[in-house]
Design a protein around this ligand. Structure first.
Ligand SMILES: Nc1ncnc2c1ncn2[C@@H]1O[C@H](COP(=O)(O)OP(=O)(O)OP(=O)(O)O)[C@@H](O)[C@H]1O
Ligand SMILES: [Mg+2]
Length: 487
């Protein structure tokens, strides 16, 4: 069954049952009250007659008084009868046989001193006609002896008609409430069903891949359906985020494959060409050594490319553990200077280290060296006959290092991209001596970020470049998050 009908039925059922119970109770209590009132009234009349209608001494009936009373109560159709102790009608003095005596079972009760009230279809005790009426018999005793019985009676037509009127009114009220119940239950059920339908609609949209939906259900009372809608909205948000993340990952993977393939093609093509030359003896004997050396260089390059890619991915996915410690940065830079001296000399560059001997840095020593070597190597690579100045100083809660060169510099556009993997500002420099993969700075950036530090670059075309790196000290450095393994 449709939810609409279920809801309507529920509302409706409750209303009908409530109405039925109220009606039955109302009719019962009204009719009880009406009957009771009628008997009370008749009893009161007999009370009055008891003292005045019969003279207890002479047993003479005060016919005038009774007739007078009947006259007064004519409107209510109330009549009286008086029976003597032998169950014989003494008033009114009607012809024999017309008026009936009180039935035996009632007479017994009366003799015991109990009044009798009868609401029933009975014989009019006056004229013997069958009629629905209320009769009230009251026995009157004198010194324990039944003296006479007074009967007061009135037809029930008026009582019944007033009851019937009440029932009719109630029936009309019942019909009206039925109508209101239908309308009300429909409106309420429709309201609930509309909200659920809205949710269904949105669910379909989400199932079809449309995450830009608004499920917020306007409701003054924040009920369960509204809460469900809120939860649904949150769920759609998470779905959208994970979908976007999947797309990002997919895009990155695609880019990586494309770039890696592109990078590997050059050395592989070179090696392949040289091998073919060797296979067909196309290379003169004296050049063979050189060719082999070239192939070794290219394979080394390939190995480096693969290693760096692996390294980059590990850093990116937080899979490396930094062994951080505080050590002398000036000393470490001094070692790097010695290591790179020859390369600088080859490029006819002067490598200068400007740092007080006690500058400390808090970092993973190997990674620190990796970062600085990469930056200084780049400086040497892109500077001819110039000066490379390396400085180190202690700043506020950090160690600041800079590498300034007087080399070819970069345009603003080039600077923007240098942290990207495989980016080379000038692709034609691909095969220069020291760097060729465009991975160096991407790795440097990841490493510095992992240390909680910052890296900046200032560059001007044809004037030179300055890289500034800052490592936070032990106090402010972030604690490394536990290693997570992302797929
Ligand atoms: N000191 C610098 N002066 C001018 N350009 C620079 C300098 N440092 C980096 N660049 C530019 O940024 C690009 C990216 O540098 P990165 O170190 O990432 O790659 P790479 O040096 O080409 O290759 P490798 O992976 O071997 O380091 C370089 O190709 C170069 O164009
Ligand atoms: Mg480099």
């Amino acid at each position: 069954m449709k939810l609409l009908y279920q809801q309507m039925l529920a509302f409706f059922g409750v209303l009908i049952v409530a109405m039925a119970i109220i009606s039955v109770m109302f009719i019962r209590s009204t009719s009880n009250t009406v009957w009771q009132n009628s008997f009370d009234q008749l009893e009161e009349y007999t009370d009055v007659l008891k003292d005045r209608a019969v003279d207890p001494n002479t047993y003479l009936i005060n016919t005038e008084f009774i007739e007078h009373s009947e006259e007064i109560l004519k409107k209510q159709n109330v009549h009286f009868m008086i029976y003597d102790a032998t169950n014989t009608v003494r008033y009114p003095q009607t012809a024999e046989g017309q008026a009936t005596a009180i039935a035996g079972r009632y007479w017994k009760q009366l003799e015991n001193g109990d009044a009798v009230a009868l609401p029933e279809l009975t014989t009019n005790p006056r004229n013997g006609k069958q009629q629905s009426m209320t009769i009230y018999y009251k026995p009157v005793f004198l010194s324990g002896k039944l003296l006479f019985v007074i009967a007061a009676f009135a037809p029930v037509d008026n009582i019944q008609s007033s009851l019937r009127r009440t029932e009719y009114n109630l029936f009309i009220a019942f019909l009206l409430s039925l109508l209101v119940a239908i309308v009300l239950s429909y409106v309420l059920a429709r309201y609930q069903v509309n909200r659920i339908n809205r949710l269904r609609q949105v669910t379909h949209q989400v199932a079809e891949g449309n995450y830009d939906v608004d499920v917020k259900i306007k409701s003054r009372t924040h009920d369960e359906v509204a809460a469900l809608a809120d939860d649904f909205q949150d769920m759609v948000g998470s779905l959208r985020d994970s979908q976007a993340e999947i797309h990002r990952q997919e895009e990155r993977r695609r880019q990586f494959m494309a770039d890696a393939a592109h990078e590997m093609r050059t050395p592989l093509t070179t090696i392949n060409g040289l091998l073919e030359g060797l296979a067909y003896d196309a290379i003169p004997e004296e050049s063979k050594g050189q060719s082999i050396q070239l192939m070794r260089n290219e394979t080394n390059r390939l190995i480096r490319l693969v290693n760096e890619n692996l390294d980059y991915e590990k850093i990116r996915t937080n899979q490396i553990l930094l062994k951080k410690q505080t050590f002398n940065a000036t000393e470490a830079l001094g070692e790097i200077k010695v290591q790179l001296k020859q390369k600088a000399a080859d490029a006819k560059d002067e490598l200068v280290l400007k740092a007080s001997p006690d500058v400390q840095v808090y970092a993973d020593r190997d990674r620190f060296v990796q970062v600085m070597v990469n930056i200084i190597q780049n400086a040497i690579q892109f500077t001819q006959n110039g000066t490379i100045t390396v400085t180190a100083k202690t700043g506020y809660h950090q160690t600041e290092l800079s590498v300034a060169d007087t080399g070819i510099g970069m345009t603003e556009d080039q600077v923007k991209n240098i942290w990207e993997r495989y980016y080379k500002a000038d692709p034609s420099r691909k095969n220069t001596k020291y760097g060729e993969s465009g991975l160096g700075l991407a790795i440097v950036h990841q490493l510095v970020t992992l240390h909680g530090g910052t890296i900046d670059v200032q560059s001007k075309k044809d004037e030179g470049t300055t890289f500034t790196v800052a490592f936070p000290d032990e106090e402010t450095a972030p604690k490394q998050a536990p290693i997570t393994h992302t797929k």
